[in-house]
Design a protein around this ligand. Structure first.
Ligand SMILES: [Zn+2]
Ligand SMILES: [Zn+2]
Length: 267
């Protein structure tokens, strides 16, 4: 009740407008605000996924067989292109204006890209391993394989303590929570720890320097939680896949079977 009253007063004083068209929202829950349906429907699902190692086209984002020796990531799923102003604005306000509730529409972009994808390739077995669609088809599929099924776990890219205190939340964790709950997957928030505070990757130009900047920044304290599991590492945005790959290196050192990255977009 108190939250409702607080929201009502906040709406009167500072009406929330759609980040796309500027239309005002009235009497909506925080999760339904920020991007109106019309603007949300204009956000396109990424049509062509890329190999996280060579960045060339790859069906469903799986790392090419020949690129496997260069990278620890088994694949990368990117929900949308970085070319639509509304998405850019939402990500900027989420990360740098600290508007926490924007995690709702941003998570929806990722969820929709997975549910509406024509082809998920091997990513399907990870992300949809516990998800039953109404048709029941999915249930039969998992039932048959139950015994050999490897458990999939969602892991957010961690922030360093100092950066967490500055922003007040870990944006990757908020996205992870929504995605884990949608697809009924467990989430391990502290599977990876960031032991070193690094410069933001966007502020570094060359690929080599980005790799150096992030190298050895993470470690996995609980190997038994990771051992023999499939892991989906979630971040908001990736530039190169250097950060996600560094997480994958540590997760595989801890015994992970397959590690995929999952992001809203890549710039
Ligand atoms: Zn709008
Ligand atoms: Zn490749």
């Amino acid at each position: 009740m108190l939250t409702k009253i607080k929201n009502f007063i906040l709406d009167l004083l500072f009406p929330i407008k759609c980040l796309g068209c500027g239309e005002e929202f009235e009497n909506l829950e925080p999760k339904d605000k920020w991007i109106c349906k019309k603007c949300f429907d204009k956000i396109e699902i990424k049509k062509e996924q890329i190999c996280p190692a060579c960045e060339k086209s790859s069906e469903s984002g799986e790392t090419h067989y020949k690129c496997r020796k260069e990278i620890s990531l088994d694949g990368l799923w990117i929900a949308t292109e970085f070319n639509y102003e509304t998405t850019k604005e939402a990500i900027y306000k989420f990360k740098f204006n600290f508007i926490k509730d924007i995690h709702y529409p941003l998570s929806e972009i990722i969820i929709r890209s997975i549910l509406k994808a024509d082809e998920l390739g091997n990513f399907h077995d990870l992300i949809l391993s516990n998800f039953s669609q109404e048709s029941g088809e999915e249930e039969i599929y998992t039932d048959k394989r139950k015994n050999k099924k490897t458990e999939t776990i969602i892991v957010p890219v961690p922030l360093h303590k100092r950066r967490y205190n500055w922003r007040g939340f870990n944006q990757a964790f908020l996205l992870s929570k929504n995605i884990a709950s949608k697809f009924k997957l467990p989430i391990y928030e502290n599977a990876i720890i960031r032991k070193r505070n690094t410069k933001p990757q966007t502020k570094i130009k060359s690929m080599e320097d980005r790799k150096k900047n992030i190298k050895g920044a993470f470690f996995c304290p609980y190997h038994s939680l990771i051992n023999n599991k499939n892991i989906i590492v979630i971040d908001d945005v990736c530039t190169t896949s250097a950060t996600l790959n560094e997480c994958a290196i540590e997760l595989k050192r801890a015994g992970a079977k397959n590690v995929w990255g999952l992001v809203i977009t890549r710039r």
